[in-house]
Ligand binder design. Structure first.
Ligand code: DGY
Length: 327
């Protein structure tokens, strides 16, 4: 079975695939174009897909009807038309859990960075403006006992809530498709409507799965309803925020600040006006960028492919319907 891998991943995953006797195809150069990607896909049975730029939609599945399974090197699968994959009986593997701690660490880091204006102050030091002590300049806000609102209380949201509760005794509100009883019991989290979430959060952190219906969910009318001391954090997908409206909300002090690990598009253009604001911290989508998480992702992606190659169910599957349907 031929597996196309579009970029190098940690060796642990490659070794597992080799040991399982699978044939691996790597591109012959770095940064392949989408056209080159497609040509490679035409030569493979299975894909180990790294990055969210390439879309797996109806046209792709029609063009590459040779593809039997895709193992994503990510937990998110918003770049895959899951319905189409199910119709074609193509399992789509993903990498849950192994990156929950790392990604929630970044949300936690952004929350503190914005609350204490860390990137603004660091920039001042770099620019030679370590000014004399000023009791009123660039004051941050403390997070102790404040309210953290989580949109999407799954694995990553849970980790963010747990850290925030332990470190700052924050009250946890959440809005989700389903109630999270574990979070309610362990963290005293309270389920609220989306309207209640935005109106009552001092920090609002997005951890939901992204679907096209949620594009620009955080727009002017939502920012207007948020508290003036609110910090908006997004480590999920950039599509959730309308960036012009976010910029306006930050400039007009409708909200206090924003910490983003995801933007729309990615990479963010260096002349994006958000980067000029002192109440913003932007990171280049590094949620899962730890040795531990990336090794874990490589292992899970390899496990998914090996299981598939043996005719077994992928253990980490974004569309388990493919199995239920035919069992
Ligand atoms: C994911 O796994 O979905 C991340 O966004 C990629 O780092």
């Amino acid at each position: 079975m031929k597996v196309f891998i579009n970029k190098r991943i940690p060796e642990i995953g490659i070794d597992m695939l080799k040991q399982a006797g699978l044939q691996i195809i790597f591109p012959d150069h770095e940064n392949i174009t989408n056209e080159e990607w497609l040509e490679y896909c035409k030569t493979a049975d299975v894909l180990l897909s790294i990055g969210g730029d390439f879309r797996y939609d109806k046209t792709f599945f029609e063009t590459c009807s040779n593809i039997k399974a895709i193992a994503l090197y990510s937990v998110g699968f918003d770049h895959v038309d899951i319905k189409e994959a199910v119709q074609r009986n193509i399992p789509i593997g993903n990498t849950p859990d192994v990156l929950s701690k790392a990604t929630s660490d970044v949300a936690f880091l952004l929350m503190q960075s914005v609350a204490r204006r860390a990137s603004y102050n660091f920039q001042k030091v770099k620019d030679g403006h370590w000014d004399v002590f000023d009791p009123l300049h660039a004051l941050g806000q403390e997070l102790y006992g404040k309210t953290l609102g989580i949109l999407g209380l799954g694995r990553i949201g849970f980790e963010m809530a747990k850290k925030s509760r332990k470190a700052f005794d924050m009250n946890i509100l959440y809005h989700n498709r389903h109630r999270n009883e574990e979070a309610e019991k362990e963290l005293g989290a309270t389920y609220v409507s989306f309207e209640e979430l935005i109106a009552n959060s001092d920090v609002l952190s997005v951890h939901a799965n992204y679907t096209p219906e949620q594009k620009d969910l955080f727009n002017r009318s939502v920012f207007e309803k948020m508290k003036s001391n609110a910090i908006f954090i997004n480590t999920a997908r950039g599509g959730f925020q309308h960036e012009k409206d976010l910029h306006e909300a930050l400039v007009s002090k409708q909200i206090w600040g924003a910490g983003l690990d995801v933007t729309n598009p990615e990479p963010m253009s260096p002349d994006n006006p958000l980067l000029e604001l002192s109440n913003v911290c932007v990171l280049p989508h590094i949620g899962s960028a730890t040795i531990e998480a990336r090794n874990g992702m490589a292992k899970l992606a390899a496990e998914n492919i090996i299981a598939f190659s043996k005719g077994e169910e992928m253990p980490y599957c974004a569309n388990p319907e493919v199995y239920i349907q035919h069992s």
